[in-house]
Design a protein around this ligand. Structure first.
Ligand code: C2G
Length: 136
């Protein structure tokens, strides 16, 4: 059984996230998602709209996801890979090169990001439409 792990915030779940999870799962037979807690989001300079529990519920409902664990520490990747006997670490290529150090423990795969969608873009577009509505 080839086990894959990926990490992320997965806020305001969108089709770019789903495409990442689908491709990550297709690299093996079992996909673990280490979901960023609110604490580590602060470390990443992010504030999620949905709580950790809400984001976890949504991820656990996705057919490509077999297990969701908390990502609460930036340095937990090595121990996760060992603990869960991971064969492949996969993540979007916006992180290209950043996790090459994990190569000593498992295969590291950077998957092309989906263009045209992001949580930030969704928030910005919604803000713009709300401002337009106010002006009308
Ligand atoms: N992603 C993607 N295409 C998009 C948006 C996101 O492929 N249009 C991918 C990202 O590359 C990442 C995953 O979806 O692999 C989750 O994205 P985020 O929730 O933004 O996660 P991020 O902040 O990149 O967290 O320790 C690593 C970090 O926790 C990664």
């Amino acid at each position: 059984m080839r086990r894959v792990i990926t990490y992320g915030t997965y806020d305001l779940l969108h089709w770019g996230h789903i495409r990442l999870l689908k491709r990550a799962r297709a690299l093996g037979d079992y996909l673990i998602v280490a979901l960023s807690t609110d604490e580590i989001n602060e470390f990443k300079g992010k504030k999620a709209y949905h709580s950790y529990q809400e984001r976890k519920l949504m991820l656990e409902s996705i057919r490509y996801v077999d297990l969701v664990i908390p990502e609460s520490d930036w340095e937990q990747k090595r121990s996760d890979i060992t603990k869960y006997e991971v064969d492949i670490f996969a993540i979007g290529d916006d992180w290209k090169g950043k996790f090459d150090y994990l190569n000593e423990l498992c295969e590291v795969v950077y998957l092309p990001r989906t263009e045209g969608v992001s949580t930030t873009k969704i928030k910005r577009d919604l803000e713009k439409s709300a401002i337009r509505k106010k002006k009308d």
